[in-house]
Design a protein around this ligand. Sequence first.
Ligand SMILES: NC(=O)C1=CN([C@@H]2O[C@H](COP(=O)(O)OP(=O)(O)OC[C@H]3O[C@@H](n4cnc5c(N)ncnc54)[C@H](O)[C@@H]3O)[C@@H](O)[C@H]2O)[C@@H](O)CC1
Ligand SMILES: Nc1ncnc2c1ncn2[C@@H]1O[C@H](COP(=O)(O)OP(=O)(O)O)[C@@H](O)[C@H]1O
Ligand SMILES: [K+]
Length: 489
Amino acid sequence: MRCGYDVETVRAAERALMGTLPDGALMRRAAFGLATACADMLGGVYGRRVVVLAGSGDNGGDALYAAAALARRGAGAVAVELAPERTHPGALAALRAAGGRTVAPEDADAVIGRADLVLDGIVGIGGKGGLRPEAARLAELARRARAAVVAVDLPSGIDPDTGEVAGEAVRADVTVAFGAYKPGLLIDPGAEHVGALRFTDIGLGPHLPRTPALEALQHADVAALLPSPSGESDKYRRGVVGVVAGSERYPGAAVLAVGGALRGGAGAVRYVGPGADAVIARFPETLVSAGPPAKAGRVQAWVIGPGLGDDSRARQAVAEVVAADVPVLIDADALRLADREAVRARRAGTVLTPHAGEAAALLDADRGDVEGARLAQVRRLAEEFRATALLKGSTTLVAGPDGAAVRVNPTGSAWLSTAGSGDVLSGLTGSLLAAGLSAQDAASVGAYLHGLAGRDLPPPFGAHELADRVPLVRASIMDSVTNDALPRT
Ligand SMILES: NC(=O)C1=CN([C@@H]2O[C@H](COP(=O)(O)OP(=O)(O)OC[C@H]3O[C@@H](n4cnc5c(N)ncnc54)[C@H](O)[C@@H]3O)[C@@H](O)[C@H]2O)[C@@H](O)CC1
Ligand SMILES: Nc1ncnc2c1ncn2[C@@H]1O[C@H](COP(=O)(O)OP(=O)(O)O)[C@@H](O)[C@H]1O
Ligand SMILES: [K+]
């Protein structure tokens, strides 16, 4: 699991650790890791031109100490001081002692124009609100520069706790995070400013709490959660997932959702709705029925919504499924049709899977507000519906109703924004619910597999190809975990 901790938590851990160390030790560790990352990136240090954008806090201090280390190895180092009277004195002295020089912000254009590397030490976790005008101008110069840009701890201008970006922000090629990942590094729009994310351990680990603010599953976590049949399994024990999707107008949504469900690990898929012919033609193993969900026979979880429409049949089906005492995934049209109070009153797990537009409608907000503040909005959804909310898009987030860590999906590709892709995700995730995963695990594992399938397929692809790719990505996850466990020879 990769974890993200908010600023308050990181600060508390830093205080606890600093109490055990000599003055300046943490900054030296951070600067050493940063200088190493810069040298790796430059592929050699001697004769390279390094420019530090130096804010007046410790973030600027880290950057200046790292530049001093590079200068000692033969780089030319220049610092642009945002507020010269407040620049970190020790770090500035170190830079000067190593032969570096300083310039005022007015001269930044010229030095950045000649640089091989720009170190963004404008602000780190101490940044408040959007960048102030002088800092914003430097961030813009860095963005336009031909030099490589390395962000110190985080790209200046992104909110460390949320990934929100108000105005200008640095766009980095590499970000070197110290001690702990901050949520803003993992959530768009912040995450898209980060470039390659590197980590420098400064010893905070033992001082961080067990529960982070944000967590991202990795292969080993997913491998441990994926259902696998055992010797005692039969199709019912593996779980039966019911899919209520499609309409005369959108029969394809039924096929895509069933396709996802067949690949999720449940033992059988029941399909309920008017798309049965299309479903059977593509997936003859599906158990189909034309009546309402309540008459379809037992399932261990329901998926309802993709391509459903909003006629009286659809409304009735949504009401029946929401009233069922098994886990339910509510998507697309069903998000509009479900009665909020009935969802809140449910006792079995519930997963809502809106994209930003659907989330905006549910929260009475603008789509842009949802995309700009995903973490806050996914939490709101989970609270307001007392359900697990999976907010889709460039960063997919999963929040539970219980205030546990929000999960951020680390897989995926913008090529997934193709018609019907969400229908496959719903089927896949519902199948994992039927197989017995909790709402939070089913949603995050579903998004993980879906995202990996989207990365694995040669683009452009159609949504129907995603489900067929799931067994391959599943195998690669299992292989990587088994290989990690083998002794190295
Ligand atoms: N606290 C610690 O133990 C450690 C901190 N480290 C570094 O220290 C950083 C935090 O340092 P600080 O607490 O000094 O804070 P920062 O250096 O992140 O930011 C504070 C400075 O930024 C300016 N600032 C704040 N908001 C701004 C805005 N919107 N526009 C322009 N300027 C703005 C402030 O005036 C102040 O000068 C971390 O991100 C990390 O880089 C590392 O050295 C590791 C150890
Ligand atoms: N920019 C993006 N980057 C990565 N994934 C994206 C992006 N845009 C959309 N997606 C993913 O593509 C899928 C689209 O689902 P959805 O919006 O429901 O489409 P549809 O209704 O056509 O099925 C979701 O899994 C979503 O997370
Ligand atoms: K920074």
